[in-house]
Design a binder for this molecule. Structure first.
Ligand SMILES: C[S@@+](CC[C@H](N)C(=O)[O-])C[C@H]1O[C@@H](n2cnc3c(N)ncnc32)[C@H](O)[C@@H]1O
Length: 244
């Protein structure tokens, strides 16, 4: 039986080319096989788009479809199957890189695949390289500080209703709101209602085609701005009002 290959988890992007640590580029160049997840709803892998400018032989790349499913049992079956596909390569001694968008372990499919692989291959040698989170990229693109002094910052997948989000904003200074999707219209209404929309910032598809960046959230048109890859940076008070 051949020795197990090494498994590397690599965060890329979340959009801008070149947003990948040097040490992860080295692993990418050593990998025999590179798995690039692609959402079933998307025509191309965003993770691969983030590697623009890095030369990779196409025969090393395997695109794998993954579902945007919220049902835990369906997700779990899906990731077990994906892990089995990756394990075939590792068992034949190939080193494998698995790409994720942004940071590898922040709300990422990589966490599921790694856990499933460790069940299948308990002796697996693996290393996870951190990446740049989407909200760090969004903040940098708009020069928008994510927390100053003793401000409390909450990172949150968008709740299902305005009352819950209002409570989260009330209890923090900054709220980083991810996975907004179709909830954007009522989220924007809430920020306007609370009188805080003019100190918030919105980023859709940072660094990708159809990028939208704005600090004019009060005038944002929800129908035009909606999209899965969008993040809101919410500030409860103006920077001048903040308590240090
Ligand atoms: C499954 S999570 C992935 C998070 C990612 N691992 C990270 O480090 O940010 C998907 C969410 O990340 C955010 N996101 C990912 N890429 C983005 C981009 N290019 N622009 C804006 N938001 C993005 C959105 O909030 C989206 O709903």
């Amino acid at each position: 039986m051949s020795k197990l290959g090494t498994f590397w988890g690599i965060g890329v992007g979340p959009g801008p080319a070149g947003y990948i640590p040097l040490v992860a580029v080295e692993a990418l160049q050593r990998a025999d096989v590179i798995f690039a997840p692609r959402a079933t709803t998307s025509e191309s892998s965003v993770a691969l788009q983030c590697l623009t400018g890095i030369s990779i032989a196409p025969e090393r790349i395997r695109e794998i479809e993954f579902q945007m499913e919220s049902d835990r049992s369906i997700l779990s079956d899906h990731y077990t199957q994906l892990a089995e596909t990756v394990a075939i390569e590792l068992r034949s001694g190939h080193s494998v890189a698995y790409l994720t968008i942004g940071d590898s372990l922040t709300y990422s499919t990589y966490g599921y695949i790694l856990a499933a692989l460790q069940v299948l291959l308990p002796n697996l040698t693996q290393r996870t390289f951190p990446g740049i989170t989407s909200y760090a990229a969004a903040a940098a693109a708009m020069s928008w500080p994510l927390g100053e002094g003793k401000e409390r910052t909450l990172i949150l997948p968008c709740p299902e209703n305005a009352a819950d989000l209002r409570a989260d904003i009330d209890n923090h200074d900054i709220v980083i709101l991810m996975k907004i999707g179709k909830r954007l219209p009522w989220v924007l209404d809430l920020l306007r209602d609370m009188g805080i929309s003019n100190h918030c910032a919105f980023a859709r598809r940072v660094g990708l085609v159809d990028e939208m960046l704005t600090t004019d959230v009060g005038n944002l048109n929800a129908a035009q701005a909606m999209g899965y890859l969008s993040t809101l940076l919410i500030r409860k008070n103006t920077r001048e009002q903040r308590h240090s």
